[in-house]
Design a protein around this ligand. Structure first.
Ligand SMILES: CC(C)(COP(=O)(O)OP(=O)(O)OC[C@H]1O[C@@H](n2cnc3c(N)ncnc32)[C@H](O)[C@@H]1OP(=O)(O)O)[C@@H](O)C(=O)NCCC(=O)NCCS
Length: 205
């Protein structure tokens, strides 16, 4: 089992149908963590559980879980891009990247008190290891774009761009899509601008 910097936190990788038992935990984490800026997501458990079931459509899907005394305190996910929605695939196709070659990362969500311990880095490392073992050479994800002067941006907030760059990802300003969700202060769902980040991995020896 992979270890994090903190010996009390266990990092566990689950794949394919093993994912099913952790869907409620990831649904809860997504609602809890995405409530914060920059997501401001007013999520529902029912919707989240239904959405996360898409990961069960492939044996190649994975969740990387961080647990503390068997409680799931953080998680990240991934699945082949070819199984993603058209909104996610379209920017790759437009750029001439074959979706068959890309392993796509979903969220990374970690409770606040567990941040800064290297768990986020582990989430990337484990998902990349999995993707490379399956023969994918491109890993990618997208992040929401919020204006710098957003009214709900907390004082001292830093985006994750330097972290993502440190992990080898390059921002792709020409690869964007829209996801729709209801912000905390909205009455209905609205479109949010999402920008993609990509890492190309050299062929393995
Ligand atoms: C993303 C997230 C999982 C990262 O988790 P984490 O365990 O705190 O990250 P790590 O401890 O592995 O930090 C990795 C590195 O990034 C840096 N880093 C972490 N958060 C950062 C931030 N907000 N801004 C800049 N750098 C940051 C750390 O300093 C560390 O660098 P170092 O190795 O040089 O010290 C966590 O911040 C989180 O859940 N955020 C809210 C949800 C979110 O925005 N998810 C991403 C999109 S889905």
């Amino acid at each position: 089992m992979p270890q994090s910097k903190n010996p009390e936190i266990q990092i566990r990788v689950v794949r394919g149908e093993q994912i099913a038992q952790f869907i409620p935990a990831l649904a809860w984490l997504r609602i809890t963590v995405f409530h914060e800026f920059p997501y401001l997501y007013d999520g529902s458990d029912e919707y989240e559980r239904a959405y996360l079931k898409t990961y069960l459509n492939s044996e190649e899907s994975l969740f990387v879980l961080a647990t503390d005394s068997n409680k799931v305190v953080g998680a990240s996910s991934g699945m082949p891009l070819k199984l993603e929605t058209d909104e996610v695939k379209a920017p790759f196709i437009q750029k001439g990247i074959d979706p068959e070659c890309v392993f796509y990362f979903g969220e990374s969500v970690l409770l606040k008190q567990y941040r800064g311990l290297g768990i986020g880095k582990k989430f990337f490392e484990e998902r990349e290891k999995h993707a490379l073992t399956l023969g994918y050479r491109i890993t990618a994800f997208c992040g929401v774009q919020r204006p710098d002067d957003h009214a709900r941006k907390p004082a001292g907030y830093r985006n994750l761009h330097s972290f993502w760059e440190m992990m080898g990802y390059r921002m792709q300003p020409d690869m964007r899509t829209q996801f729709s969700w209801q912000d905390l202060d909205e009455n209905t769902a609205s479109e949010k601008e999402m920008m993609f980040w990509i890492k190309e991995h050299p062929p393995q020896a």
